[in-house]
Write a protein of this length. Structure first.
Length: 136
């Protein structure tokens, strides 16, 4: 099992945790914001579960499948985080299409709300294109 395949299993766990945030008592505030920063809905949860299953399958199947997951998932999530910083909404949950742009904002809440997608996406792209992508 290669490093990328093992990393896929880590992504599976991280994404399943993300999908469960709304269902753990005490993690959301009165306004429905997880950690008081961002709101997750059923579409976000479905996206996280689908991505988690993709990561799990890719990790089981092969190094090539794991590399493809890291690159494709990474680019999609990293781009979503960048869109979130610049517009206030991402495209993976169709928020950018259903809401008008809130404009660019470098405030701490906006950055923290998009940090999971920026970090997970950035790490995945780095791993998929970097040394781990050649790991066999």
């Amino acid at each position: 099992m290669t490093t990328l395949q093992k990393l896929c299993f880590g992504y599976f766990v991280a994404l399943m945790i993300a999908a469960s945030l709304n269902y753990v008592p005490g993690l959301t505030d009165d306004q429905g914001l997880a950690f008081g920063i961002f709101a997750l809905d059923i579409y976000d949860d479905a996206l996280h579960v689908a991505s988690a299953i993709w990561a799990l399958v890719a990790g089981i199947v092969s190094h090539r499948a794991a590399r493809n997951f890291m690159i494709l998932f990474g680019l999609a999530y990293l781009g979503d985080g960048v869109f979130g910083i610049f517009t206030g909404y991402g495209y993976l949950d169709l928020g950018i299409f259903t809401n008008g742009s809130a404009g660019m904002d470098w405030s701490l809440p906006r950055v923290l709300a998009n940090l999971p997608h920026l970090a997970l996406g950035g790490l995945a792209v780095w791993a998929g294109f970097g040394r781990f992508g050649r790991d066999t």
